[in-house]
Design a protein around this ligand. Structure first.
Ligand code: 2P0
Length: 328
């Protein structure tokens, strides 16, 4: 439950981006943004969003600044409205947000953005973030902001449950020394938003029911692989999940193809690494970039292979990171 509101103030939060190993694609309730499938992700340490929220009585409207530019973003206002409702605060807010991604990655994230905004706004009202994580209404708000955002509230491996829409930590960042090597393979914004892409896939792809129907078995297998710290098994189920998701997208009408030629070149490199005995497995989201899961010891070899495909400086080695936190 929400705590009684204390005087409004200011707070700064950090949230890392998260990459899904077992993917979320499709919704069972668009109003509440409930997913059609569960998902399992890894929160990263080196890439994320830092956001300061200040509830200011002199403001007559919310002001949102992202990476130095003032923006109109209805999702930001909706999230702030939700926090104001839960915390019984009426003031408008000044929001200053910065995406911290190494120049290499260029992967701005709606997930870390929504998680950092919600955490900072909650804390700026005097709320405790640990209490927020246990508050279903708070999780609901974050999920409406971005379906994958609740996963960034926790560190390491995290599961978002289809049925409850809730989120739970599976394995802390320090418990398994994994790496995600991120290859940025294009510039500029994606062509079709995830929201639109999911709706189109669900409405038109003949493969969508198979995607949803075969998904629970992947979750079970991923959980078992994590429990046994079995990286080849986790990598295999991760690849299967991403290929099935992209197959469902490709079957949409009109088709949704997020990959480019370099995506395939990077996938070839990952296959060659495995043939050479390096444990490396690929995943892709709603874009052409390739992210490769591997053990810490193999990260250098993986990064070198991806550097043959990506532009100089466009490969980043990321490690598992903490969940959203409030900075002093
Ligand atoms: C994921 N993606 O599990 C999947 C895989 C992209 C591909 O969640 O509409 O910003 O806000 O719920 O979470 C990206 O979409 O979409 C996403 P909404 P979201 O990471």
């Amino acid at each position: 439950m929400s705590q009684p509101a204390r005087p409004a103030g200011t707070a700064t939060a950090w949230a890392g981006i998260n990459i899904a190993l077992v993917k979320y694609w499709g919704k069972r309730d668009t109003a509440r943004n409930l997913p059609a499938v569960s998902s399992l992700s890894l929160t990263l340490a080196e890439m994320g969003t830092r956001t300061t929220v200040t509830f200011d009585p002199s403001l007559t409207a919310d002001v949102f600044e992202l990476d130095g530019a003032v923006r109109d973003d209805p999702r930001v206002v909706a999230l702030l409205d939700g926090i104001r409702g839960l915390r019984r605060v009426e003031r408008h807010a000044r929001v200053v947000s910065r995406n911290h991604v190494p120049t290499a990655s260029g992967l701005a994230s709606s997930a870390s953005g929504a998680a950092a905004l919600a955490a900072a706004a909650w804390a700026a009202t005097g709320g405790d973030l640990a209490a927020a994580r246990a508050d279903r209404a708070f999780i609901e708000l974050v999920r409406r902001g971005s379906g994958s955002a609740p996963r960034s509230l926790y560190g390491g491996l995290v599961e978002l449950d289809r049925d409850s829409g809730g989120v739970r930590p599976v394995l802390s960042a320090g418990a398994w020394d994994l790496r995600m090597v991120v290859a940025r393979l294009a510039r500029g914004p994606k062509t079709t938003s995830s929201r639109e892409g999911m709706a189109r896939t669900a409405a038109t792809s003949p493969f969508y029911p198979a995607w949803v129907g075969s998904h629970p078995a992947d979750m079970v297998e991923a959980r078992e692989a994590i429990e046994g710290r079995d990286l080849p098994r986790l990598g295999a189920v991760m690849e299967r999940s991403t290929y099935k998701m992209h197959a469902a997208m490709l079957g949409a009408d009109p088709p949704l193809r997020y990959w480019n030629g370099r995506t395939l070149d990077a996938l070839d490199r990952v296959q060659a690494l495995r043939a050479a005995g390096v444990g490396a497995w690929a995943t892709m989201d709603a874009g052409p970039h390739v992210k490769v899961l591997c053990a810490a010891d193999d990260a250098e070899a993986v990064a070198a292979a991806l550097a043959e495909v990506a532009a100089p400086g466009d490969v980043t080695v990321a490690s598992a990171g903490p969940g959203a936190l409030i900075e002093p």
